[in-house]
Design a protein around this ligand. Structure first.
Ligand SMILES: [Co+2]
Length: 201
């Protein structure tokens, strides 16, 4: 196929996504192979970085202040920087405010902190509904928020990538930074879940 001039002016991420769809449609790429790579980035490379940032912010108020002030340099303090992470903005969840992240145009995502975006993040239904009816959609995804909690939805773009600093769960006062990081999930850092308290022992 050929790209006309209009198409070539589209952002790179959108063109890549279009290309991925075509490859999958024509069965030129095995979706299982692609999923393996995505899982590798999601589970081994990506979210672990973000989880360490969250844990540091939970234990170090001065770091947290710097991170909220400038997400890019805050992440870089821990060594996380690079493509798709040039302009990271960190938004903090509190008991009264819940933040969720989307890219309504394509699938912009803070790669250095979270790796590659998961399938649901790229789903057109998620991208449309999280803006239109965030409370209902989050509930469907397993996160029920009280009516007293304000939901803020942040639209990422090739310019700005948003990252959610989740709330530290109760009952974690005695955990080490490393143990805290192990609790933090990708979904919590994208704003579709909370960080669960550790199971009681
Ligand atoms: Co995008």
């Amino acid at each position: 196929m050929t790209f006309d001039t209009e198409t070539t002016r589209l952002p790179l991420a959108l063109r890549t996504e279009a290309l991925e769809s075509i490859l999958l449609e024509r069965q030129l790429v095995d979706p299982k192979v692609m999923d393996t790579y995505i899982r590798m980035y999601e589970q081994d490379i990506g979210p672990l970085n973000g989880a360490k940032v969250v844990a540091r912010a939970w234990v170090d108020p001065e770091y947290k202040a710097r991170l909220l002030e400038n997400g890019t340099s805050g992440a870089a303090e821990l060594g996380y920087k690079g493509p798709q992470g040039e302009h990271i903005v960190v938004v903090e969840n509190t008991p009264s405010v819940h933040n969720a992240v989307v890219c309504t145009l394509c699938s912009c995502y803070p790669w250095p902190l979270l790796g590659l975006p998961p399938t649901w993040y790229k789903d057109p239904a998620y991208r449309a509904r999280i803006v239109r009816e965030p409370r209902a959609l989050l509930a469907e995804m397993g996160l029920t928020l009280g009516d007293d909690v304000e939901i803020r939805v942040w639209d990422s773009s090739s310019e700005v990538r948003y990252f959610v600093l989740p709330e530290r769960p109760a009952g974690t006062e005695n955990l080490s930074e490393e143990e805290l990081a192990a609790l933090v999930t990708r979904d919590a850092m994208a704003g579709i879940a909370r960080v669960a308290a550790p199971a009681a022992v």
